[in-house]
Write a protein of this length. Sequence first.
Length: 410
Amino acid sequence: MKIRMMAAMLAASAALPISASATDLEVTHWWTSGGESAAVAELAKAFDATGNHWVDGAIAGSGGTARPIMISRITGGDPMGATQFNHGRQAEELVQAGLMRDLTDVATAEHWKDIIRPSSLLDSCTIDGKIYCAPVNIHSWQWLWLSNAAFKKAGVEVPKNWNEFVAAAPALEKAGIIPLAVGGQPWQATGAFDVLMVAVAGKDVFNKVFKDKDAEVAAGPEIAKVFKAADDARRMSKGSNVQDWNQATNLVITGKAGGQIMGDWAQGEFALAGQKAGTDYTCLPGLGVNEIISTGGDAFYFPLLKDEEKSKAQAVLAKTLLDPKTQVAFNLKKGSLPVRGDVDLAAANDCMKKGLDILAKGNVIQGTDQLLSADSQKQKEDLFSEFFANPSMTPEDAQKRFAEIIASAD
């Protein structure tokens, strides 16, 4: 990619300091929904308390929009002080190009290897034995969020699993309720498919496809069942007519949709709306079929800077992100799980407690951001964006394309 080609040319300019006072640090991220903004405010407050100043660089439009902007700034010689990515392979080429700061000294001093759980989170930040990011949360895609009011209006019981949810769809539609809310952004359809894979085909098949890159399994009968479920999801989501994930979540919050397959960050929106887990909405980890947590999530990477004071502020921010109090305050509002295994989350709601219990049991898988390159992820997003938008694409044709993507995945 262009990143490698530009690395040598930009070596002298990539670390230009941003124009601000010595302890101002611009932090870019794509957390712009109501619940996300409330969570970011906790990080900013904790960092400001160190005597430095968090300069917020929010970029609207989700990661798919924000990441190219972030990468362009870093490769173009205008780096920010810190930037959010999903921990995994999204920043791999930036690291290989020598544009990102090695955090191994900070991680060693703060004993990250002893406190970050599961260890795969820190492994995803490690390239050639060096640590390049600070993970801040565990976000799992493996959830189905249900509106209790919607099912009451439809006159059916709140489903306990995916099969019951599909069976309840006609009653919801008869009541004028969209069964499944899915936003129009490609990553949402892709994430829903990944969740369906774990629920329908199981953990072992998921790992064979995404971890082992087994194209034969991807083309086989187990994945055919997943595409059948995705076809059901496509049919049930007809009429959603929203783009952003939080708009789809709002359809569930307002009872206009019966449910949504979405990561646990949706909890931040329910909390902001004053809704209570178990009373106003129901959460089904693993779609109520396979209770598993995917250990994806968010991390902060730190571009190399020439400004010594800003470099010192970067180290302070990295430490602050992993501070126990910061971890609790941020994750309670974000709806995610902490990356530290030694923090008190007594204030967690019912859904978060379910997630913590699953995590404690070790029922985990790695997120696809950790297993696939950004290029492979993009191909997958293109496929499922088209699949959900185009009813004429058959599950068989979609599976054939999917198997080809896995065959060439890196």
